[in-house]
Design a protein around this ligand. Structure first.
Ligand code: ADP
Length: 397
């Protein structure tokens, strides 16, 4: 079965066409600057990528271009759209409606629309992608795979905020958590690598990318995670502040004469590693600056590691035992310095990294020594493959 996986952002669209038996990626690509001048990079299988500067006024046009390229005589990988058997859409927020992926129908679209308030930057873009695909390929079954669904198993004591309960009752204000597709995929994969039953597997999964979150997985289920109502909470991220005293918001607004919207923009886009270092949100730039002796860059890295170690410690202590601590996503898979900085702060858990193994990038590997009380692993995430697998499962049902 050929599954087209679509991940629509507000001005971008990522896609992969995956053959589900072999799990081979037939083609993948990225449309950027949708609504502006438009840029499309399409990679057919293992061939050279094709780059197009094509006006992409909206997501509909972007989906049209993707379908055209997939079937293009020169750059395509299929001969007609009939060879696309199903479409899997990444949807960021499923609220309390969705504890699992689902086939898309009118009712599901309405529920995703109802969650737009909770993810105003993401869900509307996801819906536009769904709408474009429905218009262009009305007969093809489509599934929605939610970032929040995996975390719907959190107990109330973990997901509730300490604010009047009526706000939960009235507006469903609570912790939802994100990156669920990745946390779930990595948890299952790590259980397989350790030859454990995924249903009896405990782990702390660290998804450290530009957006970053940590998840406590107990018996294969998410029992706590660091992001909250929105992806702003928890770790210090590329440009997001993570957990802060909420009173800071009013204080900045008063001191800087900013509106609430402006302060939220500041905390989302100008804070985190970028805000503290004054260098960049990208860890490669950060490392380069540290190597040149920039103390602010070093401080930002130390703070990132400190916060991550705090969460790992908190989640490990909430479980009776931990089978593995796992790093994934851009930083987790590639940045040995950050991994070492985090694990060095967790010596009391008996963690010990092997310095040579910790240099490895983007491979499934144990990076702790044999003596380490808890094994530490790098397991690259693959959200597109996870979405394709879930889509196939739903369509086959
Ligand atoms: P997101 O998907 O949240 O945008 P990613 O998972 O791509 O983010 O992670 C981006 C971060 O990962 C950046 O800080 C970047 O420095 C780091 N990163 C990504 N790839 C590499 C690499 N090959 N080597 C070192 N760092 C990398």
């Amino acid at each position: 079965m050929n599954v087209l996986v679509i991940n629509c952002g507000s001005s971008s669209l990522k896609y992969q066409l995956i053959e589900s038996e072999s799990e081979e990626v037939l083609a993948k690509g990225l449309c950027e600057r949708i609504g502006l001048d438009g840029h499309l990079k399409h990679t057919p299988g293992d061939k050279e990528p094709v780059e197009l500067e094509e006006p992409l006024p909206d997501h509909m046009k972007a989906v049209e271009m993707v379908l055209k390229l997939l079937t293009d005589p020169e750059h395509g990988v299929i001969t007609s759209l009939d060879e696309i058997d199903a479409i899997g859409h990444r949807v960021v927020h499923g609220g309390e409606w969705f504890a699992a992926s689902t086939l898309i129908n009118e009712e599901v679209i309405q529920a995703i629309t109802n969650c737009c308030d909770l993810a105003p930057l993401h869900n509307p873009a996801n819906l536009i992608g769904i709408d474009a695909c429905r218009k262009l390929m009305p007969e093809v079954p489509m599934a929605a795979v939610f970032d929040t669904a995996f975390h719907q198993t959190m107990p109330e004591e973990a997901f509730l905020y300490g604010i009047p309960y009526e706000y939960y009752r009235r507006y469903r204000i609570r912790k939802y958590g994100f990156h669920g597709t990745s946390h779930r995929y990595v948890a299952i994969r790590t259980a397989e690598l350790l030859k454990k039953d995924p249903g009896h597997f405990n782990a702390v999964i660290c998804h450290l990318g530009n957006g970053a979150s940590i998840c406590a997985v107990q018996n294969g289920r998410s029992v706590d995670t660091s992001m909250g109502l929105t992806p702003l909470d928890g770790l210090v991220m590329g440009t997001r502040c993570g957990t802060i005293d909420p009173a800071v918001i009013e204080y900045i607004a008063q001191k800087e004469d900013k509106s609430l919207t402006q302060v939220m923009e500041l905390l989302n886009k100008k804070s985190g590693v970028e805000g503290v270092s004054g260098v960049s949100s990208d860890f490669r730039d950060l490392e380069a600056a540290i190597n040149k002796g920039n103390p602010q860059a070093k401080l930002a890295l130390d703070q990132f590691c400190y916060r991550a170690a705090q969460y790992i410690g908190a989640y490990a202590s909430a479980m009776s035992h931990v089978d593995a601590i796992v790093f994934t996503a851009g930083i987790g898979e590639n940045n040995g310095t950050a991994r070492a900085g985090i694990c060095a702060r967790l010596k009391y858990l008996g963690l010990e990294l092997d310095d040579t193994l910790n240099q490895e990038r983007s491979v499934e590997i144990r990076i702790s020594t044999k003596q380490s009380r808890i094994p530490v692993w790098v397991v690259p995430t693959n959200e597109e493959l996870a979405i394709a697998r879930e889509t196939v499962e739903l369509v086959k049902k």
